[in-house]
Design a protein around this ligand. Structure first.
Ligand code: F0G
Length: 461
């Protein structure tokens, strides 16, 4: 990879910062905004489609050669080729030396056709890109391999993040692979056990703080100023470079004919930003000829972006006190909200919200497809239903739901749903009937074949 083949430009004031001047909190010292990785050789700025100039793609191989190369690498035995992130490395030249790649063979996740959703909505071309099928069970691995490799290359021995659980699981695993130490700050009692257990399993120094995610972010900002630890939250622009690669995979899996819509859950709002960057860059480079609409769905109890769009068209964001059982997206003050607004605007997408009952039912429906996901991912299905009901998505269009986490990340949620103890009476509302119809609680019986056969007969009716 080429030395200094990328630069970092502030998304607020557009100033470029020398890599050596970058602050520990990854914020612009002038205006406080976040940086974005830019590749001068492409003539592409801030992930936006620029006026095409004759020379802008001169240093890139031609698009058919790239597509062929990326596919060929899947048959290679080399780690950097087997990774579904680094096999696209021509589009993320952020390392000086490929020897520094830290990978768990992330990416290359399945794109599933949702057949039952097709039956219930009448739309046949609905797919789920399952990022929960990554090594640590969430989409965070794609961004962690890139940002942690940068930390490794720059000689850090400690990395750190504040997390609602998945980032910490991914960071701890990749740090362990690289022989580095990791510090995890999580809101006490507010993350799913599966995720907490991963951080411990992979050897992180795991600290629960008596606050929420937004409170953990504040504490960590001070920690990184005072100790030589490398921040791996998604304010780190190198995270987004890895997280843009599912956009490339989706395009590849659809034979480079991109879907009409991508629907993404919104928490700290880095993922929607990263996917949008991926699609916009591909368009700029001529790999695809149009971009899908990228839409974001938040939980109603953690909906600052939704409110911002309603109240000011995305001009201002007022933080909220977040509260949702979809603990992964329990975030009231999202760091990347401006980037997400830019992506929604640039691609013509929308922002929606989902109630607790809607999320729970949608999760059960995705489970009934034999796929499953964690609660935060299920907001995408709620978004799909709402956009179809409003006529924003038609039955003839192609839609990809981004499923961000594996169903086993939060099995307590699933069990409580099926036991009927997840939602309060007042939350069920008009969805009571559908929720009851999808519940599958266990049945306790004596060890008697007759009794089992009776249940079998009942269930078959
Ligand atoms: N889905 C899952 C499963 C997540 O873990 C997250 C974020 C999101 C969606 C939202 O993505 O923040 O990029 O908008 N989890 C972070 C964490 C915050 O700490 O694991 P986003």
């Amino acid at each position: 990879m080429l030395q200094d083949s990328h630069l970092l430009r502030c998304t607020g004031c557009a100033r470029v910062i020398a890599l050596s001047d970058l602050k520990e909190d990854f914020r612009c010292p002038e205006c406080g905004d976040l940086y974005e990785v830019e590749y001068p050789a492409w003539g592409c700025r801030n992930g936006e489609v620029q006026q095409e100039s004759a020379g802008s793609r001169r240093s890139m191989p031609n698009t058919s050669a790239l597509r062929w190369l990326w596919k060929e690498r899947r048959t290679s035995t080399e780690l950097k080729d087997q990774s579904g992130v680094w096999r696209f490395r021509e589009l993320l030249p952020i390392l000086r030396d490929e020897q520094h790649i830290v990978s768990l063979r992330e990416g290359n996740t399945p794109l599933y056709h949702l057949v039952r959703t097709a039956d219930s909505t009448g739309a046949d071309r609905i797919f789920a890109k399952h990022q929960g099928m990554n090594p640590t069970g969430s989409f965070k691995d794609t961004g962690m391999t890139t940002a942690l490799s940068v930390a490794y290359e720059r000689g850090f021995s400690w990395v750190a993040c504040a997390s609602t659980g998945n980032t910490s699981a991914a960071m701890a695993a990749y740090a362990a692979r690289a022989g580095m130490r990791s510090l995890v700050l999580i809101p006490e009692g507010k993350i799913a056990w599966g995720k907490l257990s991963q951080a411990l399993d992979y050897g992180a120094l795991t600290i629960q703080l008596k606050t929420d995610f937004d409170g953990c972010v504040k504490v960590l900002a001070e920690v990184v100023r005072r100790a030589p630890v490398y921040l791996l939250n998604s304010v780190n622009p190198y995270r987004l470079e890895g997280q843009k690669t599912p956009a490339l995979e989706i395009a590849e899996q659809m034979s480079w004919d991109v879907p009409d819509h991508i629907i993404v859950p919104g928490g700290n709002l880095a993922n929607s930003s990263a996917l949008g960057k991926g699609f916009l860059e591909m368009k700029h480079l001529g790999l695809i000829d149009r971009v899908p609409r990228v839409s974001v769905v938040q939980a109603e109890g953690a909906n600052p972006l939704y409110r911002s769009m309603q109240d000011s068209g995305g001009e201002h964001l007022v933080p909220v006190e977040a509260n949702t059982r979809a603990s992964a997206i329990r975030i009231g003050n999202p760091a990347s909200w401006k980037k997400a607004v830019n992506v929604v605007r640039a691609t013509g997408g929308w922002v929606e919200q989902a109630t607790e009952a809607e999320i729970a039912l949608a999760k059960a429906e995705i489970g009934a497809e034999g796929i499953g996901c964690e609660p935060a991912s299920a907001v995408t299905m709620v978004g799909l239903k709402k956009f179809m009901a409003e006529g924003k998505i038609s039955v003839h269009e192609t839609v990809v739901l981004l499923l961000t986490g594996h169903t086993l990340k939060d099995s307590d949620y699933t069990i409580n749903y099926h036991r009927g103890t997840l939602l309060r009476e007042d939350e069920l509302g008009p969805l009571r009937g559908e929720i009851e119809a999808t519940r599958r609680n266990t049945i306790e019986l004596e060890p008697d074949a007759e009794a089992v056969l009776r249940e079998l007969e009942k269930a078959a009716q």
